[in-house]
Write a protein that binds this ligand. Structure first.
Ligand SMILES: [Zn+2]
Length: 373
């Protein structure tokens, strides 16, 4: 491999946000030997005969700086399955403490929080939106070591296809076409909840999976396309769990009460902030048992269920969000999203899924070795 080929491979890997030599690279880059001369390129891509270009563009000898290798990060992805409406836990391990870490998944920023106090283990949440098309994608992370060196990591994953059913519901007409006098209230509540979902609290996920908020089974699935009184409305943003009015509702996981009040559509509502952009929502409650700002443990009673807001009868609506994107909260009951995993793992349950495989990889950054099947 010539020096220019090596340089090209490194530039390509940096553009893709990948660390040279990681398993996620389609074309592995050879490490640049320490002290090896690196020929800078002129703007037109040519290289001077003596392999150097002065800062002002004139040809002349310059002393090349020794290359600084970025810190290679290990990225693991944990999910019930990687398909629309699923949260994805992204765990990053660094060989040395990092001062900061950021990332992207499916075009959205991932907010990372420290799991280990020394800055070597980090956790963030990604999410697959309901309308995401199947295909390959890459989790990319970028950080900075304590001494200022860049830290890079990436992992290729495959988004699987998923179809959602539809259902027709009959509710009071004021919840389908709200009267003009409540428009301002609805707009105000939308702003309030949007501000909550924009928050990124520095809380790391615990080792234990979340718990069911009520014992009842689901009566309406997440993501169901809905017609209210014959009019199309957004897909179901949670699951409806059977619960007679007055059933104690438990916090599914540890967190902070971000909202506890009555909303027009959702009725009595509690929103819990679990940190790093992860939220769970409890709606149609008859009585609230917590105050905004309180810290709760998993399993603590936060409310009593009911039939307030836009409902057909008593039940608990349980929702989940990563930022402003909704997901099926039942995914949080899976142990594999929590605790520690072996380095580099892509842990999903895609073996038991019956859906067809997505089309072959078109992305240069997707590696068959790390793509779940
Ligand atoms: Zn619901």
């Amino acid at each position: 491999m010539t020096t220019r080929t090596i340089l090209g491979a490194i530039v390509t890997s940096l553009v893709l946000g990948l660390a040279p030599g990681t398993a996620t690279l389609a074309t592995p880059a050879a490490p640049v030997p320490r002290g090896a001369p690196v020929a800078p390129e002129t703007p037109d891509g040519s290289v001077a005969p003596d392999g150097s270009v002065a800062p002002d563009g004139s040809i002349g000898p310059v002393t090349p700086a020794p290359p600084v290798a970025p810190v290679a990060l290990d990225v693991s992805v944990r999910a019930r399955s990687i398909d629309p409406g699923e949260p994805v836990r992204i765990a990053v391990t660094a060989p040395e403490p990092l001062a900061e870490l950021a990332g992207t998944f499916l075009g959205r920023d991932v907010h990372f929080v420290r799991v280990a106090g020394d800055g070597t283990r980090w956790s963030g949440w990604g999410v697959v939106e309901l309308d995401r098309k199947p295909g390959p994608t890459t989790v990319e992370v970028r950080g900075r070591a304590a001494d200022g060196r860049e830290a890079l990591g990436a992992r290729a994953v495959q988004v699987r296809p998923k179809a959602f059913p539809s259902e027709t519901l009959k509710v009071a007409e004021k919840f389908v076409t709200p009267p003009p006098e409540v428009e301002e209230r609805i707009a105000r509540e939308r702003e309030l909840t949007a501000a909550i979902y924009a928050g990124r609290r520095d809380l790391a996920p615990g080792a234990a999976p979340f718990v069911r908020p009520v014992p009842g089974e689901a009566s309406s699935r997440f993501g169901t396309r809905r017609l209210y009184n014959g009019k199309p409305r957004p897909p179901h943003a949670g699951v409806d769990l059977r619960a007679a009015t007055g059933t104690p509702v438990k916090a599914a996981g540890p967190g902070v009460v971000a909202l506890a009040r009555d909303l027009y559509f959702a009725g009595g509502t509690v929103i819990l902030d679990h940190g790093a952009g992860l939220f769970t929502i409890y709606a149609h409650l008859s009585k609230l048992k917590v105050e905004e700002g309180a810290t709760v443990e998993a399993g603590a009673t936060i409310a009593l269920s009911g039939a307030t807001g836009r409902v057909t009868g008593p039940h608990l609506h349980w929702g989940g969000r990563v930022g402003d994107v909704v997901f099926d909260p039942r995914a949080l009951l899976e142990a594999k999203l929590f605790g520690e995993a072996s380095p580099g793992a892509v842990s999903t349950d895609q073996r038991r899924r019956t859906s067809r495989s997505a089309p072959p990889s078109r992305s240069t950054s997707a590696s068959p070795a790390s793509t779940p099947r």
